[in-house]
Design a protein around this ligand. Structure first.
Ligand SMILES: NC(=O)c1ccc[n+]([C@@H]2O[C@H](COP(=O)([O-])OP(=O)(O)OC[C@H]3O[C@@H](n4cnc5c(N)ncnc54)[C@H](O)[C@@H]3O)[C@@H](O)[C@H]2O)c1
Length: 355
Protein backbone atom coordinates (compact mmCIF):
# COMPACT_ATOMS: atom_id res chain seq x y z
CA UNK A 1 0.00 0.00 0.00
CA UNK A 2 1.37 3.39 -1.00
CA UNK A 3 -0.56 5.52 1.49
CA UNK A 4 -1.84 7.69 -1.34
CA UNK A 5 -5.46 7.97 -2.43
CA UNK A 6 -5.00 7.66 -6.21
CA UNK A 7 -6.44 10.39 -8.36
CA UNK A 8 -8.39 8.78 -11.20
CA UNK A 9 -7.35 10.12 -14.58
CA UNK A 10 -9.15 10.28 -17.89
CA UNK A 11 -6.39 10.85 -20.47
CA UNK A 12 -7.33 12.64 -23.69
CA UNK A 13 -4.98 12.22 -26.66
CA UNK A 14 -2.93 9.02 -26.73
CA UNK A 15 0.03 10.26 -28.75
CA UNK A 16 3.65 11.18 -28.14
CA UNK A 17 2.79 13.21 -25.02
CA UNK A 18 -0.09 11.08 -23.67
CA UNK A 19 1.38 7.65 -24.41
CA UNK A 20 5.04 8.65 -24.50
CA UNK A 21 5.19 10.93 -21.43
CA UNK A 22 2.07 10.94 -19.21
CA UNK A 23 1.98 7.13 -18.99
CA UNK A 24 5.61 6.68 -17.96
CA UNK A 25 5.65 9.74 -15.66
CA UNK A 26 2.53 8.62 -13.77
CA UNK A 27 4.26 5.26 -13.31
CA UNK A 28 6.91 7.03 -11.21
CA UNK A 29 4.45 8.69 -8.82
CA UNK A 30 4.20 5.72 -6.42
CA UNK A 31 0.43 5.30 -6.63
CA UNK A 32 -0.65 8.93 -6.50
CA UNK A 33 -2.52 8.54 -9.82
CA UNK A 34 -4.34 5.86 -11.73
CA UNK A 35 -5.60 5.94 -15.34
CA UNK A 36 -9.22 4.77 -15.57
CA UNK A 37 -10.35 6.10 -18.96
CA UNK A 38 -8.78 7.00 -22.30
CA UNK A 39 -10.09 9.11 -25.15
CA UNK A 40 -8.79 9.27 -28.71
CA UNK A 41 -10.66 9.11 -32.02
CA UNK A 42 -8.09 6.48 -33.02
CA UNK A 43 -9.17 3.96 -30.41
CA UNK A 44 -6.44 1.50 -31.43
CA UNK A 45 -4.07 3.91 -29.65
CA UNK A 46 -6.07 3.43 -26.44
CA UNK A 47 -5.80 -0.34 -26.83
CA UNK A 48 -2.05 0.01 -27.27
CA UNK A 49 -1.96 2.13 -24.09
CA UNK A 50 -3.90 -0.52 -22.14
CA UNK A 51 -1.46 -3.21 -23.28
CA UNK A 52 1.49 -1.25 -21.96
CA UNK A 53 -0.36 -0.14 -18.80
CA UNK A 54 -1.47 -3.76 -18.24
CA UNK A 55 -4.97 -2.64 -17.25
CA UNK A 56 -8.30 -2.11 -19.00
CA UNK A 57 -9.06 1.59 -18.90
CA UNK A 58 -12.41 2.42 -20.47
CA UNK A 59 -11.97 3.58 -24.06
CA UNK A 60 -13.87 6.48 -25.63
CA UNK A 61 -13.63 7.94 -29.11
CA UNK A 62 -15.66 11.01 -28.11
CA UNK A 63 -14.70 13.52 -25.39
CA UNK A 64 -18.35 13.94 -24.29
CA UNK A 65 -18.37 10.28 -23.21
CA UNK A 66 -15.30 10.77 -21.08
CA UNK A 67 -16.86 13.88 -19.50
CA UNK A 68 -19.81 11.68 -18.48
CA UNK A 69 -17.58 9.06 -16.85
CA UNK A 70 -18.29 9.57 -13.15
CA UNK A 71 -15.14 7.77 -12.00
CA UNK A 72 -12.85 10.27 -13.79
CA UNK A 73 -11.72 12.93 -11.30
CA UNK A 74 -8.94 14.49 -13.34
CA UNK A 75 -8.86 15.03 -17.08
CA UNK A 76 -5.35 15.14 -18.49
CA UNK A 77 -5.37 16.88 -21.87
CA UNK A 78 -2.64 15.75 -24.25
CA UNK A 79 -4.33 16.24 -27.59
CA UNK A 80 -3.26 18.80 -30.20
CA UNK A 81 -2.75 22.38 -29.06
CA UNK A 82 -5.71 24.19 -30.71
CA UNK A 83 -8.22 22.09 -28.70
CA UNK A 84 -6.62 22.63 -25.26
CA UNK A 85 -8.59 25.70 -24.15
CA UNK A 86 -12.02 24.52 -25.28
CA UNK A 87 -11.50 21.00 -23.87
CA UNK A 88 -10.21 22.43 -20.58
CA UNK A 89 -13.24 24.68 -20.19
CA UNK A 90 -15.61 21.80 -20.98
CA UNK A 91 -13.80 19.63 -18.42
CA UNK A 92 -14.20 22.28 -15.72
CA UNK A 93 -17.88 22.71 -16.60
CA UNK A 94 -18.33 18.93 -16.18
CA UNK A 95 -17.01 19.26 -12.62
CA UNK A 96 -13.60 17.67 -13.24
CA UNK A 97 -10.10 18.70 -12.32
CA UNK A 98 -8.21 19.52 -15.53
CA UNK A 99 -4.48 19.23 -16.23
CA UNK A 100 -3.70 20.85 -19.57
CA UNK A 101 -0.61 20.42 -21.72
CA UNK A 102 1.37 23.36 -23.01
CA UNK A 103 0.61 25.47 -24.94
CA UNK A 104 -2.37 25.93 -22.63
CA UNK A 105 -3.98 27.96 -25.44
CA UNK A 106 -3.05 29.07 -28.94
CA UNK A 107 -4.37 32.63 -28.61
CA UNK A 108 -4.57 35.21 -25.85
CA UNK A 109 -8.38 35.22 -26.17
CA UNK A 110 -8.46 31.47 -25.51
CA UNK A 111 -6.19 31.91 -22.48
CA UNK A 112 -8.44 34.63 -21.06
CA UNK A 113 -11.49 32.39 -21.53
CA UNK A 114 -9.67 29.65 -19.58
CA UNK A 115 -8.79 32.11 -16.83
CA UNK A 116 -12.47 33.16 -16.59
CA UNK A 117 -13.50 29.48 -16.36
CA UNK A 118 -10.88 28.81 -13.68
CA UNK A 119 -12.26 31.73 -11.66
CA UNK A 120 -15.73 30.20 -11.93
CA UNK A 121 -14.38 26.78 -10.84
CA UNK A 122 -11.49 27.74 -8.54
CA UNK A 123 -8.71 25.27 -7.73
CA UNK A 124 -9.65 22.94 -10.58
CA UNK A 125 -7.38 23.95 -13.45
CA UNK A 126 -3.68 23.04 -13.58
CA UNK A 127 -1.14 23.96 -16.26
CA UNK A 128 1.52 21.53 -17.43
CA UNK A 129 4.59 23.73 -17.55
CA UNK A 130 6.62 20.69 -16.56
CA UNK A 131 9.99 22.18 -17.50
CA UNK A 132 9.59 24.52 -14.51
CA UNK A 133 10.90 21.53 -12.49
CA UNK A 134 13.93 20.76 -14.67
CA UNK A 135 17.08 20.20 -12.60
CA UNK A 136 19.36 22.59 -14.52
CA UNK A 137 16.88 25.47 -14.51
CA UNK A 138 16.38 25.05 -10.75
CA UNK A 139 20.09 24.73 -9.96
CA UNK A 140 20.77 27.93 -11.91
CA UNK A 141 18.01 29.76 -10.02
CA UNK A 142 19.62 28.65 -6.75
CA UNK A 143 23.03 29.93 -7.85
CA UNK A 144 21.55 33.25 -9.00
CA UNK A 145 19.79 33.61 -5.64
CA UNK A 146 23.04 32.88 -3.75
CA UNK A 147 24.46 36.13 -5.15
CA UNK A 148 27.87 34.75 -6.20
CA UNK A 149 27.40 36.01 -9.76
CA UNK A 150 26.55 39.50 -8.46
CA UNK A 151 23.86 41.41 -10.29
CA UNK A 152 22.75 39.23 -13.23
CA UNK A 153 22.32 41.58 -16.17
CA UNK A 154 22.02 39.20 -19.13
CA UNK A 155 20.88 35.64 -19.75
CA UNK A 156 21.12 33.64 -22.97
CA UNK A 157 18.83 30.63 -23.38
CA UNK A 158 19.17 28.27 -26.32
CA UNK A 159 17.44 25.15 -27.57
CA UNK A 160 19.13 24.28 -30.84
CA UNK A 161 18.95 21.34 -33.17
CA UNK A 162 18.47 20.64 -36.87
CA UNK A 163 15.39 18.70 -37.97
CA UNK A 164 13.56 18.44 -41.30
CA UNK A 165 10.43 17.98 -39.23
CA UNK A 166 7.23 17.11 -41.09
CA UNK A 167 4.50 16.56 -38.47
CA UNK A 168 1.48 18.75 -37.54
CA UNK A 169 3.75 20.76 -35.19
CA UNK A 170 5.16 22.39 -38.36
CA UNK A 171 1.76 23.54 -39.69
CA UNK A 172 0.15 26.87 -38.75
CA UNK A 173 -3.43 25.58 -39.19
CA UNK A 174 -2.71 22.84 -36.61
CA UNK A 175 -1.31 25.25 -34.01
CA UNK A 176 2.28 24.32 -34.85
CA UNK A 177 5.45 26.40 -34.99
CA UNK A 178 8.31 26.75 -32.52
CA UNK A 179 6.54 29.52 -30.60
CA UNK A 180 3.73 27.08 -29.64
CA UNK A 181 5.91 24.00 -29.43
CA UNK A 182 9.05 24.76 -27.39
CA UNK A 183 8.01 28.40 -26.91
CA UNK A 184 5.81 27.95 -23.82
CA UNK A 185 8.65 26.23 -21.92
CA UNK A 186 11.37 28.73 -22.70
CA UNK A 187 9.12 31.80 -22.60
CA UNK A 188 8.01 30.61 -19.14
CA UNK A 189 11.69 30.21 -18.11
CA UNK A 190 12.47 33.67 -19.52
CA UNK A 191 9.66 35.36 -17.63
CA UNK A 192 10.72 33.71 -14.36
CA UNK A 193 14.44 34.38 -14.89
CA UNK A 194 13.72 38.02 -15.65
CA UNK A 195 12.60 38.45 -12.00
CA UNK A 196 10.82 41.64 -12.96
CA UNK A 197 7.94 42.78 -15.15
CA UNK A 198 8.71 42.91 -18.89
CA UNK A 199 9.57 46.35 -20.22
CA UNK A 200 10.16 45.43 -23.86
CA UNK A 201 10.05 42.36 -26.07
CA UNK A 202 11.52 41.94 -29.54
CA UNK A 203 11.24 38.89 -31.77
CA UNK A 204 12.02 37.43 -35.18
CA UNK A 205 10.65 34.19 -36.62
CA UNK A 206 12.00 32.20 -39.54
CA UNK A 207 11.42 28.90 -41.28
CA UNK A 208 14.68 27.03 -41.93
CA UNK A 209 14.58 23.24 -42.03
CA UNK A 210 11.08 22.06 -41.06
CA UNK A 211 8.91 21.37 -44.08
CA UNK A 212 5.57 22.86 -42.91
CA UNK A 213 4.60 26.54 -43.15
CA UNK A 214 5.20 27.46 -39.48
CA UNK A 215 8.40 28.94 -38.04
CA UNK A 216 11.08 26.57 -36.74
CA UNK A 217 13.57 29.26 -35.71
CA UNK A 218 12.65 31.85 -33.11
CA UNK A 219 14.75 34.62 -31.56
CA UNK A 220 13.35 36.72 -28.73
CA UNK A 221 14.83 39.44 -26.52
CA UNK A 222 13.07 40.43 -23.32
CA UNK A 223 14.11 43.47 -21.35
CA UNK A 224 12.94 43.71 -17.76
CA UNK A 225 12.05 46.83 -15.83
CA UNK A 226 15.06 45.84 -13.68
CA UNK A 227 17.30 46.28 -16.76
CA UNK A 228 18.02 42.55 -17.14
CA UNK A 229 18.01 41.16 -20.68
CA UNK A 230 16.98 37.64 -21.66
CA UNK A 231 18.00 36.60 -25.12
CA UNK A 232 16.30 33.31 -26.03
CA UNK A 233 16.52 31.29 -29.20
CA UNK A 234 14.77 28.08 -30.12
CA UNK A 235 15.76 26.55 -33.41
CA UNK A 236 15.14 23.44 -35.44
CA UNK A 237 17.45 24.89 -38.07
CA UNK A 238 20.78 25.30 -36.23
CA UNK A 239 23.18 22.58 -37.30
CA UNK A 240 25.67 23.57 -34.58
CA UNK A 241 24.21 24.51 -31.22
CA UNK A 242 25.21 27.00 -28.52
CA UNK A 243 25.21 26.32 -24.75
CA UNK A 244 21.71 25.87 -23.32
CA UNK A 245 22.32 28.45 -20.56
CA UNK A 246 24.70 31.41 -20.27
CA UNK A 247 24.21 33.68 -17.27
CA UNK A 248 26.20 36.90 -16.91
CA UNK A 249 26.48 38.79 -13.65
CA UNK A 250 28.69 41.72 -12.66
CA UNK A 251 30.86 39.40 -10.46
CA UNK A 252 30.85 36.23 -12.55
CA UNK A 253 29.29 33.99 -15.13
CA UNK A 254 27.81 30.53 -15.52
CA UNK A 255 27.56 28.36 -18.61
CA UNK A 256 25.79 25.06 -19.09
CA UNK A 257 26.53 23.41 -22.40
CA UNK A 258 24.01 20.58 -22.22
CA UNK A 259 22.33 20.81 -18.77
CA UNK A 260 24.50 18.06 -17.27
CA UNK A 261 27.19 20.36 -15.81
CA UNK A 262 27.55 23.99 -14.76
CA UNK A 263 30.75 25.84 -15.51
CA UNK A 264 31.29 28.73 -13.09
CA UNK A 265 33.79 31.59 -13.00
CA UNK A 266 33.22 34.23 -10.36
CA UNK A 267 35.14 36.61 -8.13
CA UNK A 268 35.62 35.28 -4.61
CA UNK A 269 32.60 36.65 -2.70
CA UNK A 270 35.01 37.48 0.19
CA UNK A 271 36.97 39.86 -2.06
CA UNK A 272 35.94 43.46 -1.59
CA UNK A 273 36.66 45.34 -4.80
CA UNK A 274 38.81 48.47 -4.54
CA UNK A 275 37.07 51.81 -4.88
CA UNK A 276 38.83 52.95 -8.05
CA UNK A 277 38.06 55.79 -10.44
CA UNK A 278 38.68 56.04 -14.19
CA UNK A 279 41.52 58.45 -15.08
CA UNK A 280 41.54 60.80 -18.05
CA UNK A 281 45.31 61.11 -18.46
CA UNK A 282 47.49 58.75 -20.52
CA UNK A 283 48.74 55.75 -18.52
CA UNK A 284 52.51 55.26 -18.04
CA UNK A 285 54.11 54.06 -21.27
CA UNK A 286 54.92 50.66 -19.74
CA UNK A 287 51.46 50.15 -18.18
CA UNK A 288 49.45 47.06 -19.11
CA UNK A 289 45.83 47.04 -20.16
CA UNK A 290 43.21 45.86 -17.75
CA UNK A 291 42.79 45.29 -14.06
CA UNK A 292 44.62 47.51 -11.56
CA UNK A 293 43.78 44.99 -8.84
CA UNK A 294 44.22 41.22 -8.74
CA UNK A 295 40.86 39.52 -9.00
CA UNK A 296 40.51 36.31 -6.98
CA UNK A 297 38.72 34.14 -9.51
CA UNK A 298 36.99 30.96 -8.42
CA UNK A 299 36.64 28.57 -11.33
CA UNK A 300 34.86 25.25 -11.16
CA UNK A 301 32.66 22.84 -13.06
CA UNK A 302 30.01 21.08 -11.03
CA UNK A 303 27.36 18.49 -11.90
CA UNK A 304 23.77 19.72 -12.17
CA UNK A 305 22.22 18.79 -8.81
CA UNK A 306 19.72 21.32 -7.44
CA UNK A 307 19.06 21.12 -3.70
CA UNK A 308 15.34 20.63 -4.47
CA UNK A 309 16.24 17.33 -6.16
CA UNK A 310 13.50 18.16 -8.63
CA UNK A 311 12.87 16.69 -12.05
CA UNK A 312 10.39 17.67 -14.76
CA UNK A 313 8.01 14.78 -13.99
CA UNK A 314 7.66 15.97 -10.35
CA UNK A 315 4.91 18.23 -11.65
CA UNK A 316 2.63 15.22 -11.03
CA UNK A 317 3.54 15.15 -7.32
CA UNK A 318 2.74 18.86 -7.08
CA UNK A 319 -0.57 18.14 -8.83
CA UNK A 320 -1.38 15.43 -6.28
CA UNK A 321 -0.50 17.71 -3.35
CA UNK A 322 -2.68 20.47 -4.78
CA UNK A 323 -5.72 18.24 -5.37
CA UNK A 324 -5.54 15.99 -2.32
CA UNK A 325 -3.83 18.23 0.25
CA UNK A 326 -4.72 21.77 -0.84
CA UNK A 327 -1.06 22.78 -1.29
CA UNK A 328 -0.84 25.73 -3.74
CA UNK A 329 0.22 24.51 -7.19
CA UNK A 330 3.54 26.18 -8.08
CA UNK A 331 2.35 27.34 -11.52
CA UNK A 332 -0.38 29.94 -11.31
CA UNK A 333 -3.08 30.54 -13.91
CA UNK A 334 -1.88 34.13 -14.29
CA UNK A 335 1.65 32.94 -15.07
CA UNK A 336 0.29 30.60 -17.75
CA UNK A 337 -1.87 33.34 -19.25
CA UNK A 338 1.16 35.65 -19.29
CA UNK A 339 3.14 33.04 -21.27
CA UNK A 340 0.36 32.94 -23.88
CA UNK A 341 0.18 36.75 -23.97
CA UNK A 342 3.90 37.02 -24.78
CA UNK A 343 3.73 34.08 -27.21
CA UNK A 344 1.05 35.98 -29.14
CA UNK A 345 3.22 39.13 -29.23
CA UNK A 346 6.32 37.15 -30.21
CA UNK A 347 4.49 35.44 -33.08
CA UNK A 348 4.08 38.83 -34.71
CA UNK A 349 7.88 39.07 -35.04
CA UNK A 350 8.12 42.67 -33.96
CA UNK A 351 8.95 44.97 -31.05
CA UNK A 352 6.60 45.89 -28.20
CA UNK A 353 6.76 48.33 -25.34
CA UNK A 354 4.86 46.57 -22.59
CA UNK A 355 1.66 48.26 -21.46
N1 LIG B 1 4.92 19.20 -21.83
C1 LIG B 1 5.70 18.61 -22.71
O1 LIG B 1 6.88 18.40 -22.44
C2 LIG B 1 5.14 18.17 -24.04
C3 LIG B 1 5.88 17.33 -24.86
C4 LIG B 1 5.29 16.91 -26.07
C5 LIG B 1 4.05 17.40 -26.46
N2 LIG B 1 3.38 18.26 -25.65
C6 LIG B 1 2.07 18.79 -26.04
O2 LIG B 1 1.15 17.72 -26.07
C7 LIG B 1 0.18 17.92 -27.10
C8 LIG B 1 0.12 16.68 -27.98
O3 LIG B 1 1.33 16.56 -28.67
P1 LIG B 1 1.80 15.16 -29.26
O4 LIG B 1 3.15 15.36 -29.79
O5 LIG B 1 1.55 14.07 -28.26
O6 LIG B 1 0.77 14.98 -30.48
P2 LIG B 1 0.40 13.61 -31.20
O7 LIG B 1 -0.08 13.98 -32.54
O8 LIG B 1 1.55 12.66 -31.10
O9 LIG B 1 -0.80 13.04 -30.31
C9 LIG B 1 -2.04 13.66 -30.26
C10 LIG B 1 -3.10 12.60 -30.03
O10 LIG B 1 -4.36 13.26 -29.88
C11 LIG B 1 -5.33 12.50 -30.58
N3 LIG B 1 -6.48 13.34 -30.86
C12 LIG B 1 -6.71 14.15 -31.92
N4 LIG B 1 -7.91 14.74 -31.80
C13 LIG B 1 -8.44 14.31 -30.64
C14 LIG B 1 -9.67 14.57 -29.97
N5 LIG B 1 -10.57 15.38 -30.47
N6 LIG B 1 -9.89 13.94 -28.79
C15 LIG B 1 -8.97 13.10 -28.26
N7 LIG B 1 -7.79 12.83 -28.86
C16 LIG B 1 -7.53 13.43 -30.03
C17 LIG B 1 -4.58 11.98 -31.81
O11 LIG B 1 -5.26 10.86 -32.40
C18 LIG B 1 -3.26 11.62 -31.19
O12 LIG B 1 -3.27 10.29 -30.68
C19 LIG B 1 0.63 19.17 -27.86
O13 LIG B 1 -0.17 20.25 -27.49
C20 LIG B 1 2.07 19.37 -27.44
O14 LIG B 1 2.42 20.74 -27.42
C21 LIG B 1 3.90 18.63 -24.45
Amino acid sequence: MSGFKPIKIGLVGIGRAGYGMHLSEVGKTEGRFEFVALCDPETSRCEEFNKRYKRSCRIYSDYEELLNDAEVELISLALRSPEHADYAIRGLEAGKYVFVEKPIAVSYEQALAMKAASEKYPGKLFLRHNRRFEPCYNHIREIMASGILGNVYQIRLRRHNYQRRDDWQTLIECGGGMSNNWGPHIIDHSLRLLESPVKKVWSRLRKVAAVGDAEDHLTVIFEGENGRMIDMEISGGAALGEPVYRIYGDRGALVSQDESELQLRYINPEQKLMDIKAKKESPPITASFGNPEKLEWIEKTIPVAPSCGCEAWHIWNHLYDAIRNGVPFPITIDEGVEVVKYTAMIKQGTEFENR
